[in-house]
Ligand binder design. Structure first.
Ligand code: MN
Length: 278
């Protein structure tokens, strides 16, 4: 990205190794990002420029091994969940309290889209909520990582939307319909964003501000989340961690337009499709 222009460096993908079945459990582009970037730098001077407005942005990670999610990771969101009983369903009647008591959860990879898609709501009679979150992408294999080393495992950052159907079912089930995991607008690589701990983030619905906070208010900050997750399972290149949503979650309906922004990453506008998914 250069302003409102994109340099077409598609040919850099030619450095990726080819694989036959069984395929690796990581994202090929992220696992080979250093080599891809070296090739990008060679291609850049002569790469064709195209207008950002002329393309449809897809997810900056095509094949994450898993999409890890932090629940109740801003105290003000914990507090609002005590006031709104729709937010308390599906957790067995346990009071929402502290992330360290709840662990992390997964969204289905098949839910993932870029911000150039439309969000297709399911289940017209159910409440469907927006959740804006800082998303990070793991850059190298991480197992039992200590928090002081954690930032060195990050390939980059994006804006994440953790769209959610409210109700009594298991959380992963309600958060995994197609298009309910959004990554966009692009990947900001870790060399360009050294401190994920002080980023303002916000989300509007039809220009009405709904969520506004800062990642310094995370209960488990980015290094702690990597330490916590990697103490339970191996994180692979391309794995995504959605770090949790601040207060202000609320319903969206077909035809709404979402606007999400995170400082030093970017912003995007995204439509909720006019029709519910069949
Ligand atoms: Mn969430």
């Amino acid at each position: 990205m250069e302003g409102d222009q994109i340099a077409d460096v598609t040919d850099a993908l030619s450095v990726l190794p080819s694989h036959r079945y069984p395929f690796p459990g990581h994202d090929l582009l992220i696992a080979n990002l250093t080599a891809v970037r070296a090739r990008i730098n060679q291609l850049l001077p002569t790469a064709q420029r195209v207008a950002l407005a002329s393309v449809r942005l897809e997810s900056p990670v095509a094949n994450p091994g898993k999409i890890v999610n932090a629940p109740i990771n801003y105290q003000a969101h914990v507090d609002e969940s005590h006031q709104d009983k729709d937010l308390q369903q599906g957790i067995g009647g346990r009071p929402t309290s502290f992330i360290g008591d709840w662990g992390l959860f997964l969204k289905a990879n098949s839910a993932l889209v870029g911000c150039g898609a439309e969000i297709q709501l399911r289940h017209p009679k159910r409440r469907n909520d927006h959740e804006v979150e800082l998303a990070l992408v793991i850059g190298r294999t991480a197992r039992s990582v200590k928090r002081e080393d954690a930032l060195s495992y990050i390939a980059g950052y994006a804006i994440g939307l953790d769209m959610t159907v409210r109700g009594p079912e298991d959380r992963s089930f309600r958060k995994s319909p197609d298009t309910y995991a959004v990554l966009g607008p692009w990947l900001v690589t870790a060399d360009e964003l050294s401190d994920p701990g002080h980023l303002s983030l916000e989300l509007s619905v039809n220009d009405d501000i709904r969520q506004r906070s800062n990642t310094r208010l995370l209960v488990y900050d980015v290094p702690k989340l990597i330490e916590y997750a990697s103490a339970w399972y191996t994180l692979h290149p391309g794995d995504v961690i959605l770090t949790g949503t601040p207060e202000g979650v609320g319903p969206v309906k077909p035809g709404d337009t979402l606007f999400a922004r995170i400082e030093k990453i970017g912003e995007f506008r995204m439509r909720v499709a006019d029709q519910y998914a069949a």
